[in-house]
Ligand binder design. Sequence first.
Ligand code: B12
Ligand code: SF4
Length: 463
Amino acid sequence: MKVLFIIPNFDSYVMAPPLGVLYISSYIKKYSNASVVIIDALRDNLTYDQIIETVNKENPDIIGIHCLTAFYNQAVSISKKIKEIQNKNYITYLGGVHPTFMPYTTLKDSKADFVVLGEGEIPLKKILDNNLNYHNIQGVYSINDLKDDEFQINGDPVKKAETVMDLDSIPFPDWQMLPPDTYPHSPHAVIARGNPIGIVMTSRGCPSRCTFCSSNNFYKGIRQRSVSNVIEEVKYQINNLGIKELQFTDDNLTFNRNYIIELCNALLENNIKIDWSTPNGVRADRVDKELLALMKKSGCYLIDFGIESANNQILKNIRKGETIEQIDNSINIAHEMGMITQGNFIFGLPGETKETMQETINYAVKSKLDRAGFFALRLLPGSDLSRQLKEKYTLDYSHSFISKPDWLPDNLSEKDILRTIQKVYWKFYFRPKRLWNLLNDIPISQTKYILKCMVNYHLFKLW
Ligand code: B12
Ligand code: SF4
């Protein structure tokens, strides 16, 4: 059987190998003996026509399209175009975070045969084993099975697919299909030390309950690979893929203190000398002086914190479970250790006012952060916040994912939020030391991405 996966193309300055599809690929190659083709239309900047041309050339038995909210329009368009190919009826489906939480709407818009809710390894293996019969498999739904995005026709709530409990039993991502050196320099963190970058996830899931995030509802709980399995992959990536930097992209890398200690010690014991970073962010309440020292010693040069707001009431409103004092303390320790510190903030969260936005600006500017990202709130399907505000917003897929908030707190306009983001970027980076360090760190190859990023954030817009 031949499976073809498609990563849609969309207007984005961030791009990385699609780990989820690479995991499904290696899993079904091992357990179902299928052959796999992957079209990364984002990396290769492919048009719809070019995608369809490859589909026809490959003539697969089944086609899976990756779908996040950021490229929903593109994912459903590809699906429709495939279904319109004359004299063919390719079995087409969508998987990923967006269809998991909006299965009915996705099926209606895409005309796909089915969607997969949750993790894609087991359902696809079952479909291949069943000779492409996709009915009666947990987490797999066709339009006729569903009443709306939450319920089946018979009134039962929708269910996610069965998950692989022992993550070590999934082979390493199928890196040969999309090697790291075929991706542009450091799109994830925009600036990185080494290229190519090796992306590694040690776990799936996050037990925290931040209301703006969908990861906690996608996975429920956390599963971790064994440290020895992770170390084996790190060695493989260094020796076979030539990676020069390692990025751990877990949702909550430091959640389990014993685990991260074991991982750092294993990097040291195995004499693995590579710069590593956590561009996705770790929780500030899950690190301390002793742990940060060990992380630094084992090669961690950049640590990112999810900060969101400097106002403690807002942190409470979004169930962050941390105070700004705790966060600041961890940033200061990481800074003292000599790590590059990076933080992410969101403007327009529940409870936000002009005053709280100013509080966040003041904090960010005076903090020991070397780099920061400032975002407008997007309501991600699957997040508790999107449920709480259900009646108060409509998702607009037509604009860049970062250029507009989906919902506005009372007394704030879209312009207030976007101008604040513009202001804080200029104020944050126009400090002699920060600017100097940043300019020294930006590789020439990244200038194109930085400029795109600056345009997306309206940094040049005159209001
Ligand atoms: C690393 C990461 C990135 C990386 C790589 C993203 C990528 N394309 O893989 C980068 C930095 C590029 C990135 C960018 C963005 N990201 Co991101 N990212 C993540 C993160 C932390 C891990 C992704 C990952 O590798 N997961 C591990 C694998 C195993 O899981 P997976 O990808 O979901 O795949 C599994 C299932 O979804 C399913 N599946 C996936 N694809 C498919 C396809 C088919 C056909 C099938 C059947 C199944 C299937 O099976 C897979 C294996 O079990 C996730 C959070 C998370 N924990 O997943 C956020 C997450 C995916 N990102 C998110 C967002 C918002 C973004 C951005 C839009 C941010 C921005 N403002 O620009 C961009 C999107 C741009 C892009 N190119 O994708 C949201 C998406 C929410 C949503 N509703 O769509 C998430 C869920 C985080 C969150 N806040 O909740 N991201
Ligand atoms: S924002 Fe981070 S810590 Fe909070 S639930 Fe999501 S992944 Fe976990």
